[in-house]
Design a protein around this ligand. Structure first.
Ligand SMILES: Nc1ncnc2c1ncn2[C@@H]1O[C@H](COP(=O)(O)OP(=O)(O)OP(=O)(O)O)[C@@H](O)[C@H]1O
Ligand SMILES: [Mg+2]
Length: 396
């Protein structure tokens, strides 16, 4: 097999080639390119036989519509498996609706990993452009498994021992890293403080730019990396919330060391901070199922439709989290009372200018979920509430 069969095939079509011969195992990957005849071969003798003796090759054509249908049918995790946790589910719905980054904070066993794994099930399906973009990146690392086209949003959860090159991309022949393999999907960093600090630092720029550029002496490559960051962590090194009722309270120094592992600038880029408390036993034992992913996804999809409409004249921005400062000024206008509310929250929580912008974007999404034209005070108040890590005294 070769790497990058899809980008090469796209290039071939662009250059006006009619057909393309490549190893059989890459044929499906390239076969999604329309108006290009793709021939997969097992042996080079098949190629010589084609040219010398006119023995025909069999073209591979991928039925894109069928691919979409097949892959969207199988979603193994569903929110209906989660008992209780309505508040966390609400927060994840907002994250999904606006493409915002989110961190789940809670003690061991509270269900953080379980919840995070269900996020893709409420994201709207990818459109064909998104599917192609994502498949191209995966094609470069040579990982297209079945059917040629990736139609489901990626969900990547690298282990905390990952290197910075593996995370953001790099190498002598620069390869995309996990952040690009998550493009149009979710990058899940479970147990965030376990990651090496330097590894998290290199993510800061790409998180902002949604693109990563790798420079070499003679060339530079850029890979897109527009992903939703989903992180989880325990509230303290002991694993539990560090309040006065906690039996294993960590000292201020221990807390500082623990929190110091994740830098302020990184946390600042996470729009939604949500505490996950364990569900009490009687609730876990309940037969009643929670709301399922399909219903939540319908609301998310509707909220996204408002965003698509809002940004229709802009090719780069599709959802609220991607708004530039200028767009925030245009689309997130507050009335006087709300402006005052945000101003006092900024002071109380000691928020940065970036946090200010991010709160506005989240408010916009909450308003979109209610199909409201304007951001109202209650939307803003809810958005502010999701900055718990900025809250004074949270660290004990
Ligand atoms: N609300 C819930 N509804 C149903 N099952 C739950 C719920 N919360 C937790 N569980 C069960 O508890 C298990 C442990 O949850 P999970 O692994 O997600 O916890 P965690 O918060 O990630 O813990 P850790 O910090 O140790 O990684 C889940 O696999 C699930 O079986
Ligand atoms: Mg976990």
């Amino acid at each position: 097999p070769i790497r990058g069969a899809l980008p090469i095939a796209l290039k071939a079509k662009e250059e006006g080639f009619k057909g393309f011969i490549l190893p059989e195992s890459n044929a499906e990957e390239a076969g999604i390119v329309e108006e290009l005849l793709v021939f997969g071969v097992k042996e080079i003798t098949e190629v010589t036989a084609f040219f010398d003796k006119n023995i025909p090759l069999k073209p591979t054509k991928v039925n894109i519509a069928l691919q979409f249908k097949r892959q969207l049918d199988l979603s193994e995790h569903d929110f209906s498996d989660v008992k209780g946790q309505e508040g966390v589910k609400r927060c994840m719905e907002i994250a999904a609706a606006g493409g915002h980054n989110i961190i789940l904070i809670g003690p061991p066993g509270a269900g953080k990993t379980m919840l995070a794994k269900r996020l893709p099930s409420i994201l709207p399906p990818m459109n064909i452009e998104e599917a192609l973009e994502t498949t191209k990146i995966h094609s470069v690392v040579g990982r297209i498994k079945t059917g040629g086209l990736i139609c489901r949003r990626p969900f990547r959860s690298p282990h905390h021992t990952i290197s910075d090159v593996a995370l953001v991309g790099g190498g002598a022949y620069p390869q995309p890293g996990e952040i690009s393999l998550s493009h149009n999907g979710v990058l899940f960093l479970d147990e965030l403080p376990e990651f090496k600090r330097g590894v998290l630092e290199v993510m800061r720029q790409p998180l902002e730019d949604r693109e990563v550029t790798i420079s070499r002496a003679r060339f530079t490559v850029s890979y897109p990396c527009s992903f939703m960051l989903v992180a989880s962590m325990n509230p303290s090194p002991s694993g539990f919330f560090n309040d006065s009722s906690s039996p294993s309270r960590s000292s201020a120094a221990e807390m500082q060391r623990y929190m110091g592992k994740i830098s302020g600038p990184l946390l600042d880029r996470i729009d939604l901070h949500i505490e996950v408390s364990p569900v009490p036993f009687d609730k876990l034992a309940e037969k009643r199922k929670g709301e399922g992913s399909a219903e939540i996804r319908n609301r998310v999809t509707r909220a996204r439709e408002h965003q698509t409409e809002r940004f229709k004249s802009n090719t780069k921005v599709h959802y609220n989290a991607q708004m530039s400062t200028r767009q925030i000024r245009n689309h997130c206008v507050l009335d006087a009372a709300s402006a005052e509310l945000l101003k006092s929250a900024m002071k109380r929580l000691n928020l940065s200018a970036r946090a200010y912008d991010r709160i506005l974007k989240v408010s916009r999404t909450i308003a979109d979920l209610e199909a409201k034209e304007n951001i109202e005070a209650e939307h803003l108040a809810e958005a502010i509430q999701y900055r718990s890590l900025d809250r004074e005294g949270w660290l004990g």
